[in-house]
Design a protein around this ligand. Sequence first.
Ligand code: 4AD
Ligand code: MG
Length: 460
Amino acid sequence: MKQWKIKNLLACENAAGRIRVMGWVRTRRDSRGFSFLEINDGSCLANLQVIADDGLDGYEQVKKLTTGSAVAVEGALGQSPGKGQKWELAADRVEILQTAPNDYPLQKKRHSDEFLRTIAHLRPRTNKYGAAFRIRSALAFAVHAFFREKGFVCIHTPILTGSDCEGAGALFSATTLDPTNFSPAGNKDAFAGDFFGQKVNLTVSGQLSAEMFALSLGNVYTFGPAFRAENSNTRRHAAEFWMVEPEMAFCDLAGDMDNAEELIKYLISRAMIECKEDLSLFFKYVDKDLEKRLETILEKDFLRISYEEAVCLLEKSGADFKYDISWGKELQTEHERFLTDTHFKGPVIVYDYPADIKPFYMRVNDDGRTVAAMDVLMPGIGEIIGGSQREERLDILESRMKKTGIDTAPYWWYIDSRRFGSIVHSGYGLGFERLIMLVTGISNIRDVIAFPRTPGNIAF
Ligand code: 4AD
Ligand code: MG
């Protein structure tokens, strides 16, 4: 007998004959002579209604089924007389795989996101989290589809690295040494006996490796985890997150922005087509403005303004910011949100940032004081993408690294690439969780990551 997923069953045009479904009981309702079970198998948001009548073998046990129990059900699929759903299953066999005890935490009521974070091992069994992670999966696939359609080559860049791409020092180190036995601080040779014979950390970005492949294969991308030991407990930062990082040969900053805008629009529209049912939950229950917001993002060109223009506008805004803003300072989240949510009411790309607040690899502009950087800012989210044209000139790259006091030794290979056929190239990093937040309206990054890692929290 064919084993079906509920998603495929509910999409059937014609009754499929006798079938078998396996899943978890969401609710049970008894009436005279019948028990109605709502079964969910995770394949889609909708449950399958199963009708078990009192003539069934083991009906007494069926009547004891609790929320969270696992069952295998066999029977005939028939037209449902109820509204809302086309099919229901008249069971002729209910096999109880395990009955959940009454302290199953996900009883039929609304639970807060904060509570669900404490049971992250169970929360994907709720409608909201099931939907969020199916959307995340569809979008991960869509990322690959986007780049594949454009002829990009997917590169798996290393997780263990000996350099710090962003130069921000937010590194987790990876070692086989017992930390109770050695003191690496200030002791350069402390790592001599370590696995790699040197200090090694988890990658903060695959960019530098990806650049080497752009300079060989043309257009490439990497899509993998990044690790940052930033001690910032915000709704948008995680210590472990995923990043989509394209790197394009013979491409300048304008081309970089074009690709970024196209990717975001592509991903939103793919979600709206492929995840209709799951997204409807977020439109209805999570953020009433979400659908409109996503449609607006798709309709209009992203506005592009220079950092200097953005700062002027913020200075003149008269808004009461917690952090001062003037030329040379970082744009804080509140400034970014002012631009996207209050002033322009849509996506904004800010480009040409002061060199002093951006990493060494960004290309220095002719004015000598700014770099060809760009950040894509989104309503409700703030920065979702950070990218730049890369410094392809050996002398300028070296002198900027020296000026900023970076130890160039771990980057010898990166610098060396500028000696052989160095060319204009650009790339960016899209924070994948921030994209999921944008698409679902979920406002805390902890709720779009299966098992989130944030400062002081690695319970699962
Ligand atoms: O702006 P960032 O730091 O850029 C880079 O890492 C570049 N090397 C990317 C490149 O050009 N290939 O990070 C890129 C994006 C941010 O815009 C943000 O969306 C996300 O990664 N991000 C984080 N997301 C969650 N938690 C964190 N701690 C994040 N840090 C950055
Ligand atoms: Mg950034």
